[in-house]
Design a protein around this ligand. Structure first.
Ligand SMILES: [Zn+2]
Ligand SMILES: [Zn+2]
Length: 183
């Protein structure tokens, strides 16, 4: 969904929608599991910087809610987590601040972003908001045993016979690599 500045100048636009998995690409950090609901309101806010210097900002307020899969920090198996968050964001036209980097932000309660080419993509905003709301570290269970550093076996599923002993750093490197790949 695109919010065009020309349409927002006519009237605020409210939205209440369900996004199917795949509508937003979350990259490798998360995968949407089931529909994601999002609702809110987009409107224009005119910043009067001078008699002939009026900047048309887009204010986007809303929320999202959905289930996502992220890799377990220890065993990299996918873990389903519910995420929901509210947002209140201001987007200025790209380049509006290029000549005035010291300009103070007018609305201290909100965050500032930028929109390109006279429109703002809801999907782009949701991608960023979902990624910002991800927990720093997710475990499939509090006592996840992780991958064996020697043979790479998922020790939640089956004990391996390596037991103690010096670890093989190659498996630790592989575990780290798998953590960065899609499940
Ligand atoms: Zn795990
Ligand atoms: Zn092992």
């Amino acid at each position: 969904m695109e919010f065009k500045i020309s349409e927002l100048e006519q009237e605020p636009i409210s939205f209440d929608m369900e996004l199917a998995p795949g509508a937003v690409d979350f990259g490798e950090e998360a995968e949407q599991a089931g529909p994601m609901a999002s609702s809110g309101l987009a409107e224009v806010i005119h910043e009067h910087r001078g008699p002939k210097d009026i900047v048309a900002d887009i204010r986007l307020r809303g929320r999202f809610e959905g289930k996502f899969q992220v890799p377990c920090a220890r065993c990299v198996e996918p873990v389903e987590i519910p995420l929901s968050s509210e947002f209140d964001l201001i987007f200025r036209p790209a380049g509006a601040d290029s000549d005035a980097p010291e300009r103070s932000i007018t609305a201290p309660e909100t965050e500032i972003g930028y929109y390109q080419k006279d429109s703002l993509s809801l999907e782009d905003v949701l991608r960023e908001q979902v990624l910002l709301s991800l927990p720093v570290r997710t475990l499939c269970k509090p006592d996840c045993k992780g991958l064996c550093p020697r043979c790479g076996q998922n020790r939640n599923l089956q004990a391996c016979s390596c037991d103690e002993g010096p670890s093989d750093l190659r498996w630790e490197a592989l575990a780290g690599l798998r953590g960065r790949m899609k499940p």
